[in-house]
Design a protein around this ligand. Sequence first.
Ligand code: PGA
Length: 256
Amino acid sequence: MRSKVVVGNWKLNGSLAGNDALVRALLREIPRNGAAACAVCVPYPYLAQARELLQGSAIAWGAQDCSRHDSGAYTGEVSAAMIAEFAARYAIVGHSERRTLFGDTDAIVVAKFAAARRAGLTPIFCVGETLEEREAGRTEAVLARQVDALLQSGGAGGLEGAVVAYEPVWAIGTGRTASREQAEEAHAFIRGRVAAKVQPNIAARLPILYGGSVKAANAADLFAMPDVDGGLVGGASLVAEEFVAIWRAAGAAVKG
Ligand code: PGA
């Protein structure tokens, strides 16, 4: 059975003092021998703080994006190697906010995925359809396009050791969560696509997280589904009790 993972995505939130309080509250409740894995993806300037507070704990840390370039004249960019220097484990790539607000195309996302890999980071590769696409019955076509872009570039094993996050755009920050059946259907589709195009054993091991208005109140329901391997949590990751409860729900799903 795949283990469960809960990852917080702080987005453009935080301050040195606020992060300190939040992380210390998480550390009090998330022990090293917990049933589910846990991580937080923080804004770049807070990677040093995350390392200082979290090293040696059960909580890993990461960034929310990375440059597709390794170095050079790219003002404002942050390379995956720089992120890795802070002992980060993860870099989110292809988040829908990057895709829609900052022009990350499939090709750019694939290049960022490769850059994260080169630096030894575990990419969290986000995919998901908009409301318009779902209503037009195009959910699977969109997921297939996003997943295939990556598989075609990486060849066999492109997703080995990586994490996928299914985040329907209409559920992100809206309070509107996908039903557990909708989530399971999309996750099973993604896993099947990877199995068909790459190797079934890589697909079987691949953690596929659900993201989009995950909260303590709906986490257990979602995590009980066979292809939902945990969550990528935005808003609720900023509230310690909520995030801890979501992480506990993931642990309970492993045991149950
Ligand atoms: P949300 O965000 O939990 O606030 O909906 C999830 C995400 O965008 O990763």
